[in-house]
Design a protein around this ligand. Structure first.
Ligand code: SAJ
Length: 408
């Protein structure tokens, strides 16, 4: 079995490295963040994820190593963030570029560089190939290039790593098949081999499809709110049709994937990516929509003091600890603009102080507020109907079963 160097030990790189290591592949995981590497070396995982601790223990037993150094080997898997530039909406490839440059410093001839990070179509051609060539390597002869975008969903990563289908994009079919065989060490799903540009576009399309579907649900929520219809009941019934599958409305779309990747297409294909842009705008408008709902509910109950409002949930979705692009954080920003200071906030998964008036105790939080705004449907709040009795509740996730709850 090959020895691989996984570059980037975040939400994707770490579980992937652990999975390879647990299935007979010799793995060194590399990250430039020394604190993160030290934590892993001390035997601790760096984020909450179902099954991750067990997988970590297994990988340690199998000999996985962690380092801030890149190592010389014949297979690299790069899983670093790919943000977008807020102004141009185009991909910001700085982390990918930095990682590939570092790989070039240590890799021997014949090595394969696999990029797992999601990138806009053409990124490999525009940004990655030139780095390899600038280092005197001929692609296809000295270095093989592969794009194998990840597809795992936070909250169910370990299961999905083993069971999802995957895409492998390569210039050369034989190299694609070689990398496919490596992933088959743990992946039981179908692995499709294609070219790099198709793999790049396919991944972005998958997340964009989901963003558009959620935007449709969110737009329906707004229409239904304006004319007093129950959006959840309507979607529930519509979805009984064998060819309808509408997703669930919510307070916005967060995370580092669905709320980011569609922008790549908007940035690169202005004038063509129209539905995609509209969907992004609808989803980004949801935190402000929730804010208006809060303000109307306060008026209805004669409440003027924002300190009586408690926001439940800061993460971008349920049962994860990731707050990137989270609707709650977007709403807090909006509140600052409207000078609605004083609201209280709590999330069982967020232990660091990230906002004013943040609580770390659920009961204390509930005790101190009159209105509870459910922004995230963590298991904790789903099981808390008894504790919520007597509160005014705005449930943006449709998880509370009590009577008289306000919905989106
Ligand atoms: N959301 C809704 N309504 C829904 C579903 C989601 O409002 O019906 C919201 C969530 O609350 C969250 C956001 O959308 O704020 C995104 O969450 P998600 O669970 O839909 O997706 P991610 O971002 O956690 O993971 C996605 C997945 N992509 C697809 O399902 C097509 C995952 O498979 C990808 O691997 C991941 O992006 C990624 O890394 O690209």
């Amino acid at each position: 079995m090959a020895k691989i160097n996984v570059i980037g030990l975040g939400y994707i790189g770490l579980p992937t490295a652990l999975m390879f290591a647990s299935h007979g592949v010799e793995v060194v995981g590399t990250d430039y963040n020394a604190e993160l590497v030290n934590t892993l070396r001390a035997g601790k995982t760096t984020f909450d994820e179902k099954g991750l601790d067990e997988l970590f223990a297994n990988a340690l037993e199998c000999g996985i190593e962690f380092s801030t150094d890149y190592i010389s080997t014949d297979m690299y898997i790069v899983a670093v963030p790919t943000p977008y530039d807020k102004k141009s909406k185009k991909i910001d490839p700085c982390y990918v570029v930095a990682a590939v440059k570092k790989v070039m410093e240590v890799c021997p001839k014949g090595a394969t560089v696999v990029l797992e990070s999601t990138v806009s179509p053409g990124t490999m051609d525009r940004f990655v190939r030139p780095i390899i060539e600038e280092n005197g390597f001929t692609i296809g002869e000295d270095i093989n290039l592969v794009h194998a975008p990840e597809r795992i969903i936070p909250g169910n990563m370990v299961y999905e790593l083993e069971h999802n289908s995957r895409t492998i994009g390569a210039d050369d079919r034989a190299i694609g098949e070689k990398v496919k065989a490596l992933y088959e060490s743990f992946c039981q799903g179908e692995i499709v081999v294609t070219d790099i540009r198709t793999a790049e576009m396919t991944k972005v399309v998958e997340n964009t499809y989901r963003d558009i579907n959620i935007a449709f649900a969110n737009e329906l929520a707004k229409i239904c709110r304006s004319d007093n219809m129950d959006v959840y009941e309507i979607i529930r019934i519509a979805n009984k049709h064998p060819r309808v599958n509408i997703l669930t409305p919510g307070p916005g779309v967060g995370g580092h994937c669905i709320s980011v990747d569609p922008w790549f297409l908007v940035g690169d294909y202005p004038g063509l990516a129209n539905i995609i842009l509209a969907a992004r705008k609808i989803n980004d408008s949801m935190p402000e929509f929730v804010l208006k709902r809060i303000s109307n509910i306060m008026k209805e109950h004669g409440i003027t003091d924002p300190a009586k409002v408690g926001i439940y949930g800061m993460t971008y979705k349920e049962n994860v600890d990731d707050i990137r692009e989270s609707p709650t954080m977007q709403m807090l920003e909006c509140m600052q603009k409207h000078l609605a200071h004083g609201v209280k906030i709590y999330d069982p998964y967020v232990t660091k102080d990230l906002a004013d008036n943040q609580y770390h105790d659920f009961d204390k939080f509930l005790n101190d507020v009159e209105i509870v705004v459910i922004m995230v449907g963590h298991d904790e709040i789903k099981a808390a109907d008894d504790k919520l009795k007597g509160k005014i509740i705005l449930d943006t996730r449709n998880v509370c079963k009590l009577e008289g709850v306000y919905k989106l």
